[in-house]
Design a protein around this ligand. Structure first.
Ligand SMILES: [Zn+2]
Length: 380
C-alpha cells in the first residue's frame, strides 16, 4: 500500500440536525438537554445530565456552530460533583484517562473511553467551550445513554452508502454479490472480531444526494466543510449503526493520500443529520486490494466508536488506554518529523489504530480497545 494518512477527523456542518431515530431503541435513552448560549468566554456553563444508573456509556453532542469554529469540553463533573475531565488535561497539554478533540461545527463527547475511567449513574454536568472569540453562540445539546447490557460478543450494523461508484460497477443492488466488496467487509469483521465486535446487518443504500459533488470529497487543512456536509446527509438507514459513505476518493490540499476519514473521534453515535454522523472510506483500491479497504473501514469505524490512534504522527500524543503500546517522538531516528511503522515496530505499529496502519502489519486490537468499542451506543 502506498503512503496513507488516516486523518482523525475534522467535521463540519451548519444547519439543523435531523433523522435521529435513536429514541425508538429500547437499549438507548435520549435526553434533550436544551439550548445554550455561550458567554463572552465561550462557555455554555454547566449543562446537567441525568445519567441512568445502568448506563454503560454516554454520548453528549452540541451544535451546530459552523465550520470556522472549534469546540471542546471545558470540564465534565460526575454524579458526585468531582471533576471527571478538565481541559487542563486536554490532549495538547497533558496525558489523561480521557481525550476530547477540538472539533468544528458539532461537538460529540463520549465517555468512558478507557476502562481505567469508568462511569456510574447520577447527576453529571458538562461545560462546553466554543472558541468564538467572544461572540455568543447558541447550540442545541442532547445526551444518548447506552442502557442495555454490554455483550462480550457484540455487533454493529453498517449503513453502506454508495456515492457515485458506477465506474467501479458498485451500487446497492450489486454490492451484496460483489466479491471485492464482500472481501472488504470480511476483512473488517475479522479485524474487529478479535476485540469482541463483529459486523452485523448491512444496509445497502444508494446515495440520493448530489453525487457530482460528493463522489470526490475535497478537503483542505482549513476547510473540511465538504466532508461534514456529506456526513450530515440523511441516508434513511438505521440510527444505531455505522454510516459509511463509500466514495471514489478524498482529495486533500496537503498532497497526502487520505483513504478514510471518520467524524470525531468520537462520532455522534446513533444520531443522524450532523457533520459528525458518519465516516468516509475511499473505494479507489477496492478492485486491487479489498483487504486494505477493509482495514480502513475497521480503523475509521473504531475512531467513530471512540478509539484514538495508539500514537499520533509526531509521537507526542497517545490514546488514553493503558494496555496499548506507545511510540514516542524519540523513535523518530531518521529525523523526518514523524514516527513510521518501521520506527514503531514493537511499539504499536502492529495495532489497527496506529496512525499509519498497513494491512500486512497492523492487525491487532487490545483488550482495552475492545472494552471501549463494545460499549458505544451504536453497538449492540
Ligand atoms: Zn486514524
Amino acid at each position: 500500500m502506498t503512503s496513507l494518512l488516516l486523518a482523525l477527523v475534522l467535521p463540519l456542518a451548519c444547519g439543523d440536525k435531523g433523522g435521529d431515530d435513536s429514541g425508538t431503541d429500547a437499549g438507548l435513552q435520549v435526553e434533550d438537554l436544551g439550548s445554550f448560549t455561550t458567554d463572552t468566554g465561550g462557555l455554555t456553563g454547566d449543562i446537567p445530565l441525568s445519567v441512568p444508573d445502568d448506563a454503560s456509556s454516554v454520548m453528549v453532542h452540541c451544535g451546530s456552530y459552523g465550520y470556522s469554529l472549534l469546540g471542546t469540553a471545558w470540564h465534565i463533573k460526575d454524579g458526585a460533583g468531582s471533576l471527571y475531565y478538565t481541559n487542563e488535561n486536554h490532549e495538547s497539554y497533558a496525558p489523561a484517562k480521557m481525550r476530547v478533540g477540538n472539533l468544528d461545527d458539532h461537538l460529540p463527547v463520549l465517555f468512558p473511553v478507557s476502562p481505567d475511567h469508568d462511569i456510574s449513574g447520577g447527576d453529571w454536568q458538562i461545560n462546553a467551550w466554543i472558541a468564538s472569540g467572544g461572540t455568543p453562540k447558541t447550540v442545541s445539546c442532547e445526551a444518548v445513554y447506552r442502557i442495555d447490557d454490554v455483550a462480550n460478543n457484540a455487533s454493529v450494523d453498517i449503513n453502506a452508502v454508495f456515492v457515485g461508484l458506477d465506474a467501479l460497477g458498485l451500487d446497492a443492488a450489486g454490492a451484496p454479490e460483489d466479491a471485492d466488496f464482500q472481501a472488504a467487509l470480511e476483512k473488517a469483521d475479522e479485524l474487529l472480531s478479535q476485540a469482541g465486535l463483529s459486523l452485523g446487518a448491512v444496509n445497502y443504500i444508494d446515495f440520493s444526494g448530489d453525487v457530482d459533488t460528493y463522489s470526490v470529497v475535497d478537503i483542505t487543512d482549513s476547510d473540511s466543510s465538504e466532508l461534514g456536509n456529506l456526513l450530515k446527509q440523511d441516508v434513511g438507514g438505521a440510527g444505531r449503526a455505522l454510516t459509511v459513505f463509500f466514495v471514489q476518493e478524498i482529495s486533500s490540499s496537503g498532497g497526502a493520500t487520505i483513504l478514510g476519514l471518520a467524524a470525531g473521534p468520537p462520532g455522534a453515535a446513533t444520531v443522524g443529520g450532523t457533520s459528525k454522523s458518519g465516516m468516509v472510506v475511499t473505494s479507489a483500491d477496492l478492485r486491487a486490494d479489498p483487504a486494505s479497504v477493509g482495514l480502513i473501514l475497521a480503523h475509521e469505524g473504531a475512531h467513530f466508536l471512540g478509539l484514538f490512534h495508539t500514537s499520533e504522527k509526531e509521537g507526542s500524543t497517545h490514546d488514553p488506554l493503558s494496555d496499548t503500546p506507545e511510540c514516542g517522538s524519540s523513535a523518530n531516528t531518521d529525523g523526518n518529523g514523524y514516527v513510521d511503522r518501521e520506527e514503531c515496530a514493537g511499539k504499536g505499529a502492529d495495532n489497527i489504530m496506529f496512525w499509519a496502519p498497513s494491512v500486512e502489519v497492523s492487525t491487532k486490537l487490545s483488550d482495552d480497545q475492545g472494552w471501549v468499542l463494545r460499549r458505544n451506543p451504536a453497538v449492540r
